[in-house]
Design a protein around this ligand. Structure first.
Ligand code: ISJ
Length: 373
């Protein structure tokens, strides 16, 4: 299919108020969409379903599946896309918003200093009332600007419309190998500076790595932790550690692995239940799908049955294997009647400085806000 027909197809779905998701994986040119011909909500039961899953932050709430029954794909090239991608200066922020966020961060630091809580990720949302009104155009701009991110547009008439360009993989399972990452710590990317990370960022990211390792250890074998590297996401840099392991899905279910990983301390905090309770009590808004996860779940068409006759066991395994590739829903926005709502947050530790945390959310906002005008 040509990219023109692809975009026409998803535009038609949206105009007809029918569910769809369209996405492109990091560093890929392939665009893919799953869509429904009716508007029912398919809830996930136990992560054995096939399709595209959209899960909220609160893991006690249900996730939604767009089944893999109807799909289209195309190669996307930016040739012929004429969107202006110059730097955008966002409208000034309400001073009340700033005060509210500083207060929230101060409360978080206080709670950490009291003991019992090591890290908590605190967030806010900003509504842009006067933005581009066509979400498909925003999607195209995200594709054009964030080539190394997982870029998506997700729509269900009974739930809403979400868009995002996330740098964070929750989990990928290919054959018997599981890949994930610990992503935390943020600084602005400036081309000419030598990259130096502060102790707060290094410690915060190490906490995430250690937790992921502890949670995956009992479920996997051959766990391997790579070296810490810089990860560029738009105008930001993060610290990232790649983690991989061997997973036997005949012994450990996908549901167990997802429950072990989500929510990671990169988006919630540590210890997870205490951090989650603090977030729910103090953030004063519903995160909904922000810091949830989304992506391909048990996609059958990624299965390649081995033709090798040498390893019968491997052959049998491969024949039932399906592909799963999930991302954390960060750098995302939701279309509402009030305008586009962009969600942003950052990890708070005892070493956090409230003003710097506010600035971090401003920088993250610029990443998303730049495609809205
Ligand atoms: C919570 C967000 O990002 C997370 C928090 C980070 C941090 O605290 O430095 C960095 C990357 C993400 O793990 C967000 O972008 O909203």
């Amino acid at each position: 299919m040509t990219d023109v027909s692809f975009f026409e197809h998803i535009t038609q779905q949206f105009d007809d108020a029918l569910p769809f998701v369209a996405y492109r994986k990091p560093n890929s040119k392939q665009l893919r969409a799953f869509y429904q011909e009716e508007n029912s909500i398919h809830y996930n039961k136990d992560f054995t379903e096939s399709g595209f899953v959209f899960a909220p932050f609160d893991n006690t709430q249900k996730s939604i599946i767009i089944p893999d029954t109807h799909s289209i794909d195309c190669n996307f090239s930016t040739v012929g896309v004429t969107h202006n991608l110059s730097e955008v200066i966002l409208p000034d922020e309400d001073t009340l918003e700033k005060e509210k966020h500083l207060e929230l961060v101060q409360k978080g630091i206080l709670k950490i200093n009291e003991g019992g809580l090591k890290k908590v990720v605190l967030s806010r949302k900003r509504t842009f009332p006067d933005t581009l009104t066509n979400p498909i155009t925003i999607f195209k701009k995200l594709l054009q600007r964030y080539t190394t991110a997982f870029v998506y547009i997700w729509y269900h008439p009974s739930i809403g419309l979400w868009l995002g360009a996330t740098p964070e993989t929750l989990l990928e399972i290919k054959n018997r190998t599981l890949y994930t990452m610990s992503l935390a710590g943020t600084q602005r990317y400036t081309q000419d500076d030598k990259i130096i990370w502060g102790a707060k960022e290094k410690e915060e990211q190490q906490l995430v790595t250690d937790t992921i390792v502890t949670r995956l250890q009992p479920l996997t074998k051959n766990l391997s932790v790579g070296a810490v590297e810089n990860h560029k996401a738009g105008n930001l840099l993060h610290l990232k550690t790649p983690i991989s392991a061997t997973l036997d899905e005949t012994e450990v279910s996908l549901k167990e692995v997802i429950n072990a990983l989500h929510p990671t301390p990169a988006v919630c905090g540590l210890p997870v239940e205490k951090a989650k309770a603090f977030i729910i009590d103090h953030e004063n808004y519903d995160r909904s799908y922000y810091t949830g996860f989304l992506g391909e779940l048990n996609l059958k068409n990624e299965t390649h049955r081995s033709t090798s006759r040498r390893n019968v066991e491997n052959l049998a395994y491969r024949s039932v294997k399906k592909g799963t590739h999930l991302f954390v829903n960060l750098r995302c926005m939701e279309q509402t009647v009030k305008g586009m709502q962009v969600y942003i947050g950052g990890g708070i530790t005892s070493a956090s400085i409230p003003e710097a945390e506010w600035e971090e959310t401003r920088h993250k906002l610029e990443t998303m806000g730049s495609v809205l005008f």
